[in-house]
Design a protein around this ligand. Structure first.
Ligand code: NZQ
Ligand code: ZN
Length: 388
């Protein structure tokens, strides 16, 4: 195990109706303060959540300003508008009501407001975050884990890049499983794939002596599949959503990567797809590339992938290569049962410029760490999942 420094500072508030206390909670920190509310394409209005949240904020004596219209795979354009408006207005806190796209929009703006320059500077490497506005979250989809993570990912034209800072971990995140009942099944399934992948990206490592975290990670992945299928069958199952909601928040707070080198090649490959076409849902893109990634890396590091196949996917194959194949087949069957696409064609990316995307994914020379992938390796993974 490697040396590490771990701090996950987000206060999590969990339970039925927990969002109704958001006004009180923010007023305790910022009496008579200015809350900048940010949301997506309209689901919060349709579900009535918007009215309850703004009511709670106003009742607590807070001033409210708002920006809606954040799209999935959030765009830097709206972040620029939000940053300058929040700065001019003198916002004390940004309140994200939504999923990863809304939260990441707030994270980028939170860095840019005190900085005063272009938010993209943090993604291009021109600026480093040294101060950020506080962020509060009311989570409406368990998926990206941004409600507790230190990461942020945004799109700028054909680039979808990320950065990280301890300063943008949300101050408080509210998780009410009842808010997930209205999710379209495809989004719910993509969220389940995404949270499981956040553990896989850390699990596939060459760092020795990670047995404690391995065991936790294997149990977490099994639970995510079990409860993922339950919410697929019964989208109003509060108890199953509770497990999925908690799993998503912890999958990406860094715990499952304690003291080990992380991989992130599958995310690198997916981000090029959803940068190329922002209509592609992140988790659905992952469901396509991950089996290709596992087949490629499993041929080169069979032991670790076979361990995952046996301990997570339930393979009983003795031979490592057979276990790898069996584990991947079981994972594909799980994705299929969740209603996820099984190929780039089914994802709507059959005509994507794969050579170009592979070059971009491995732009720093290689992609990932478990098996460092050259642009040619990435291309061969993309091609291996082109058709079902
Ligand atoms: O925009 P609205 O109308 O709200 O609809 C959204 C959106 O269309 C809908 N939705 C959300 N909650 C709903 C709901 N519809 C009905 N009822 C509800 N309760 O779901 C759609 C997807 O929302 P989005 O926020 O895009 O989903 P997700 O949480 O999956 O976020 C994806 C983004 O997060 C990034 C992804 O790359 C992508 O840009 N990620 C961020 C990470 C981070 N910051 O740590 C890590 C992840 O690996 C990921 O890369
Ligand atoms: Zn992800």
């Amino acid at each position: 195990m490697n040396s590490f420094d771990f701090c996950s500072s987000t206060e999590l508030v969990f339970g039925r109706g927990a969002e109704n206390s958001i006004g009180e909670r923010l007023a305790a920190r910022f009496p008579k303060g200015r809350v900048y509310l940010v949301y997506g394409g309209g689901s919060v209005k349709r579900t009535g959540l918007y009215d309850r949240v703004t009511g709670s904020l106003r009742e607590a004596g807070l001033e409210v300003r708002e920006k809606g219209g954040v799209r999935p795979n959030p765009d830097i354009g709206l972040i620029r508008e939000l940053s300058s408006d929040a700065r001019n207005w003198g916002a004390d806190v940004l309140l994200a009501v939504g999923g990863g796209s809304v939260i990441d929009t707030c994270k980028a703006a939170a860095m840019a407001v005190p900085y005063g320059g272009d938010p993209w500077d943090f993604f291009s490497g021109k600026a480093k975050c040294v101060r950020a506005l506080p962020i509060a979250v009311i989570l409406t989809i368990p998926a990206a884990g941004s409600e507790q993570s230190m990461r942020v990912v945004v799109s700028n034209g054909d680039k979808k890049w990320g950065t990280a800072s301890q300063l943008i971990r949300p101050m408080v995140s509210v998780i009410d499983p009842e808010l997930f009942f209205t999710l379209p099944p495809y989004q719910a399934a993509a969220g389940v794939v995404d949270m499981m992948s956040h553990i896989m990206e850390r699990y596939f490592t060459n760092t020795p002596a990670t047995g404690f975290v391995d065991g936790q990670a294997e149990a977490a992945m099994r639970s995510i599949m079990k409860f993922g299928l339950e919410i697929r069958r019964d989208p109003r199952n509060y108890d199953a959503w509770s497990q999925v909601g908690v799993a998503g928040a912890f999958a990406h707070n860094g715990y499952y990567g304690l003291g080990q080198e992380e991989d992130w090649a599958s995310h690198g490959m997916e981000h090029e797809l959803s940068a190329w076409n922002p209509k592609i849902t992140h988790g659905a893109g992952l469901a396509v590339v991950i089996p290709g990634f596992l087949a490629f890396t499993g041929a080169r590091r069979p032991e670790r992938v076979a361990q995952w196949a046996r301990n997570v996917m339930g393979s009983v194959e003795q031979d490592d290569s057979a276990a790898v194949r069996d584990g991947i087949a079981r994972l594909r069957a799980f994705y299929r049962e969740m209603g996820m696409p099984g190929s780039l064609e089914e994802l709507g990316a059959g005509s994507a410029p794969l050579e170009e995307l592979a070059r971009r994914a491995a732009r720093s020379g290689t992609l990932g760490h478990f098996v460092p992938l050259s642009p040619e390796d990435v291309l061969s993974i993309y091609r291996s999942v082109l058709k079902a």
